[in-house]
Design a protein around this ligand. Structure first.
Ligand SMILES: Cc1ncc(COP(=O)(O)O)c(C=O)c1O
Length: 395
């Protein structure tokens, strides 16, 4: 039994989530609660701690020799958890997914080319596209039956000869949409029709709740294997974001060579020893921990949704099938987004991610990370209740 209720003090530990609050949000209060960036406040799986402890006790931390055991652990995980057969020869290791996305862009596109994203979408997609001097092509998601859907006809009409790549987030962040095999196949058809590379960022694939099932794009649409790159990591699943290790997977050998050339050109062919040890141990030993984590997170999601909607009448959470990032629309409160933001940050002292960060369609939304021990979640929800108490009284 893992004690996910245990509160671990993270202030003053070089935690970006906790120690960057004042700098990034302007919330100066020492009791501020961070509900922004996607890392969890739980201890890593015991097998990860054991592997890192063994490394620390040996106390020699020289260059890492990649013997293939890391990719083998990834392959076993993907087969066991997601029913897909990945060949270890398809795997390129990168210092995280976002760096992998940048390297992919450099490998398959040129400055000025267009890259499709489906907003509201993970903000680093936008950042890495612009930083690589490519252009963002927004394919607005539409909310339908309480979840997001892609409007591929609208996207088709927008594509140009400069459109080269699609960044898909699967499951989707924010909004927690788990794409169906049919939706993925429809997108794959579009990619084949218009000669586009599809990058399927599946970093949240293991964080799926209540009978929803993640379908790897490579399983849904094997017919586009030659134009598909799947991004996978153990870091989100097992709360090892600081380990900064990810994988880009493609069965297209020529495409992989182009990507590996970019990895080599940036001197990234030698990997972070601690990250490799931690993430391999996670895939090999972390499954029981994950199996206990998921119901804990699902309960947090239900508590959060219930209480946020009571605290701020009119606020609505999108029903998450995956991720631990509640996506809440405050437009139904009738309050201006600035007022909602001020109540959350200045009265509740909660740092949530502003919806506008995720691109068009996010303006009236806030994203809240609820992957925290229940005593912290309870405190946050009590503060939200207080922050909107006069608003409720006016109604
Ligand atoms: C969709 C998505 N991709 C990538 C990342 C970050 O990956 P990394 O830390 O490996 O760069 C996140 C983190 O929240 C994410 O939500």
């Amino acid at each position: 039994m893992i004690d996910f209720d245990r509160v671990i003090e993270r202030r003053g530990t070089h935690s970006s989530k906790w120690d960057n609050i004042a700098r990034l949000s302007g919330i100066k209060s020492p009791d501020a609660i961070p509900m922004w960036v996607a890392d969890m406040d739980f201890a890593a799986p015991p097998g990860v701690t054991a592997a890192l402890t063994a490394e620390l006790q040996r106390a020699v931390h020289g260059y890492y020799a990649d013997t293939g055991s890391w990719a083998a652990a990834l392959v076993d995980w993907m087969a066991r958890r997601h029913g897909v057969q990945v060949d270890p020869g398809w795997v390129s290791t990168t210092p995280g997914i976002v760096s992998g996305l940048g390297l992919i862009l450099q490998a398959v596109s040129a400055p000025g080319d267009e890259v499709v994203v489906f907003p509201p979408a993970y903000h680093a997609f936008r950042r890495i596209i612009v930083a690589n001097e490519r252009r963002i092509l927004d394919a607005q998601l539409v909310a339908s039956a309480g979840r997001y859907a892609m409007d591929l006809d609208a996207l088709r009409a927008k594509l140009s000869p400069r459109t080269k790549v699609i960044f898909l987030c699967s499951p989707h962040n924010p909004g927690g949409t788990v794409w169906s095999a049919a939706e993925l196949r429809a997108l794959a058809t579009l990619c084949a029709e218009r000669d586009l590379i599809l990058v399927s960022d599946e970093i949240h694939c293991d964080l799926v709740f209540d009978g929803a099932k993640h379908t790897p794009t490579m399983a849904a649409a094997p017919e586009i294997a030659d134009r598909l790159i799947t991004c996978i990591a153990a870091t989100k699943t097992f709360n090892l974001a600081g380990a900064h290790v990810g994988a880009c997977i493609t069965s297209n050998a020529a495409l992989k060579r182009r990507l590996d050339a970019r990895i080599g050109a940036s001197g990234l062919g030698s990997y972070n020893r601690f990250g490799m040890i931690a993430t391999e141990a996670a895939w090999r030993t972390g499954e029981p921990w994950l199996n206990e984590l998921l119901p804990y997170l699902a309960k947090n999601r239900d508590l959060f949704d219930d209480r946020i909607q009571t605290a701020a009448p009119g606020a609505r959470s999108m029903h998450l099938d995956g991720t631990y990032l509640a996506w809440v629309d405050f437009s139904g409160t009738g309050l201006a987004p600035e007022e909602v933001a001020a109540r959350v940050s200045q009265r509740a002292h909660i740092f949530a991610s502003p919806g506008e960060q995720f691109g068009p369609g996010g303006e009236t939304w806030l994203r809240f990370n609820f992957a925290t021990p229940r005593p912290i979640l309870d405190d946050a929800l009590a503060r939200m209740d207080e922050a909107f108490s006069d608003f409720r009284a006016r109604k």
